[in-house]
Design a protein around this ligand. Structure first.
Ligand code: SF4
Length: 266
C-alpha cells in the first residue's frame, strides 16, 4: 500500500519550461507508477521524502479551490497534464482530482495535452470529448511485459495502454506515443511503433536522463536485473551526446522512410 498524504498547494497551474507548452498541471506529488528511470525523484520538492521512490504520493487536496479565479485566461493556452506526476495513477480512482480539475477547466477550453501510463484515462472520456483542442498520449518504452513489470511496476500493462490508445483513436481523439526514456539495449522502439502505429498520430522520443540521483537509481536497477549491461551503460554515460546523436539519427531516418510523424527530443 502506498503512503498517501493529503497536502495543501498554493497554486495548481504553473508556467511551463517545456518547449511548446504554456502551462502544466500536476494534481499529485510523487507517483506510485514507481518507474525505475523516473527523473522526477531528483527534484527539490522530494528532498523531504525519505521513502523509496514510487512508494508515496501526496494528494493536493485543495487543488480545485486553488484554481485561479480568472480561469478564462487559460482559454486556448496549451496546458499539459502532467509534467512531474501521472494524472491517472491509481490514487486518482479514489480522489478524482484530475477529473474535478478537468470539469472546472472544460468551460475555459484550454488546448489540452494529457500523457499517462494508465487506461484510467478512459473513465473521463465523457469529459475529454468535450474539449475542442485535445490530444492524449501514452508513454510506452517496451513491448515486453516482463520488462515492464520490473521497470514500471505500478503502471498499467502495455496491453492495457495499447487497448486504451485504440479506444481513444476509435473515439476520434488525436493520439501520440511517447517513447521515452529510451533504455539502451532494452527499448525496442521499432517494435513499439509496429504495435501502436494503427492508432497513433505521432511519436515523441526522449533519451535517458542520467543526472544526479537518477543515474544512481539506474545503476542500482541494472545491478539487480541486468548486471551484464552495467559496462555498456557506463560507456554510454561517458560518451554522453555522441551515443544519443547516433540513436536520434537512426530514429529520424527510420521514421522518415516509414512516413511516421515523429520528433526526437534530443
Ligand atoms: S509515470 Fe512518470 S512521474 Fe510516474 S513514476 Fe513513472 S516516470 Fe515518474
Amino acid at each position: 500500500m502506498p503512503i498517501v498524504r493529503e497536502i495543501n498547494t498554493r497554486s495548481i497551474i504553473c508556467r511551463s519550461r517545456l518547449p511548446g507548452i504554456d502551462f502544466v498541471l500536476n494534481p499529485y506529488r510523487g507517483c506510485t507508477h514507481a518507474c525505475a528511470y523516473c527523473y522526477v525523484r531528483n527534484m527539490p520538492q522530494f528532498y523531504e521524502h525519505n521513502e523509496q521512490w514510487g512508494s508515496f504520493v501526496d494528494v493536493k487536496i485543495n487543488a480545485v479551490q486553488t484554481l485561479p479565479r480568472r480561469l478564462v485566461f487559460y482559454h486556448g493556452k496549451s496546458l499539459y497534464l502532467s509534467s512531474v506526476t501521472d494524472p491517472y495513477q491509481p490514487i486518482e480512482k479514489q480522489y478524482q482530482l484530475t477529473r474535478q480539475l478537468l470539469e472546472r477547466l472544460l468551460p475555459v477550453q484550454p488546448a489540452l495535452s494529457i500523457q499517462t501510463k494508465s487506461s484510467l484515462v478512459l473513465r473521463d472520456l465523457d469529459l475529454l470529448r468535450q474539449f475542442q483542442d485535445i490530444n492524449v498520449g501514452f508513454t510506452i518504452i517496451t513491448t515486453d511485459e516482463q520488462l515492464r513489470q520490473i521497470l514500471e511496476p505500478g503502471a498499467d500493462t502495455i496491453q492495457a495502454r495499447i487497448a486504451a490508445l485504440k479506444t481513444l483513436k476509435v473515439n476520434g481523439f488525436t493520439t501520440y506515443i511517447f517513447i521515452g526514456p529510451i533504455m539502451p539495449y532494452l527499448t525496442g522502439w521499432k517494435e513499439i511503433i509496429k504495435a501502436t502505429k494503427a492508432y497513433t498520430d505521432y511519436y515523441y522520443f526522449d533519451r535517458l536522463n542520467t543526472k544526479g540521483a537518477i543515474w544512481q537509481a539506474i545503476v542500482a536497477w541494472l545491478s539487480r536485473y541486468y548486471p551484464r549491461l552495467l559496462n555498456n551503460y557506463g560507456e554510454i554515460y561517458r560518451q554522453g551526446d555522441r551515443y544519443w546523436s547516433t540513436v536520434g539519427q537512426a530514429i529520424r531516418t527510420f521514421c522518415q522512410k516509414e512516413s511516421i510523424s515523429a520528433q526526437a527530443l534530443f
